[in-house]
Design a protein around this ligand. Structure first.
Ligand code: DGL
Length: 241
């Protein structure tokens, strides 16, 4: 059973959000968690926003029925399409979302060229475009849709010749354009970080926001008085649709 006050719920279109779940469990070892991998509907990246909203709402309801005290939308695409809707629909529940880390990348870039790897849905969303307009006005942002990375991760093909070919095809052009920061704007992509770093070979820093999202989740739990006590015996549930 969940710890007193309920578990922290997570969902993603599949296994991507496990990066965030792992970071959160390390940071908050007393918290119980429930993770939904909506593999039946994977990928989300190329679905219309209205469909993602429905899927996000259904995942959220499932987590709330199990008594979750907070929901982490561990998916950039679902955050882009649905976070406003979810917050409005469930005002009593805190939601944590994730968007590509364009701001730190733009602020830290020395070459003035930043690469972002994400899904079409994320690039089409309000959050990404507002953040880019606000913080990346003075840098060139190369937005690259890398949907095939999602399939690789779902198949657990995160190394080997085939994965390397697919990743190189997306990463080399960004590097050739002079980028020194690569933002992982999809939660599936940190699973490919070792391979992306190998291809970068020191030419660019790869930015994975998983720890920052976990820290934000911890901050919100604590600010709302929802954090589990140190005496809690956590449980972890994984659901795959
Ligand atoms: N992991 C998701 C994201 O962060 C979406 C992957 C997909 O299903 O296309 O965007």
């Amino acid at each position: 059973m969940a710890a007193k006050g309920g578990a922290v719920g997570f969902f993603d279109s599949g296994l991507g959000g496990l990066c965030i779940l792992d970071a959160f469990k390390t940071l908050c070892p007393h918290e119980s968690t429930i993770y939904i991998a909506d593999s039946k509907n994977c990928p989300y990246g190329n679905k219309p926003a209205a469909e993602i909203v429905k899927l996000a709402e259904s995942n959220t309801r499932r987590l709330l029925r199990r008594g979750c005290k907070m929901v982490v939308v561990a998916c950039n695409t679902a955050t882009a399409a649905a976070i406003d809707f979810l917050r409005e629909r469930h005002p009593e529940t805190p939601f944590i979302g994730i968007e590509p880390a364009v701001k730190p990348a733009a602020l830290r870039s020395k070459t003035g060229v930043v690469g972002v790897l994400a899904t079409a849905g994320t690039f089409g969303g309000r959050l990404y475009n507002e953040t880019k307009a606000k913080f990346a006005r003075d840098v060139t942002v190369i937005a690259t849709v890398a949907d095939e990375f999602v399939e690789l991760v779902e198949r657990n093909e995160v190394s080997g010749a085939n994965a390397e070919r697919a990743v190189r095809a997306k990463v080399e052009p960004i590097l050739a354009a002079g980028c020194d920061k690569i933002v992982l704007g999809c939660t599936h992509f940190p699973h490919l970080k070792p391979l992306i770093e190998k291809i970068c070979d020191g030419r660019a820093e790869v930015i994975d926001p998983s720890d920052a999202v976990a820290r934000q989740a911890r901050r919100v739990l604590s600010a709302r008085g929802l954090a589990a006590p140190a005496s809690a015996k956590p449980s972890h549930i994984f659901i795959r649709t």
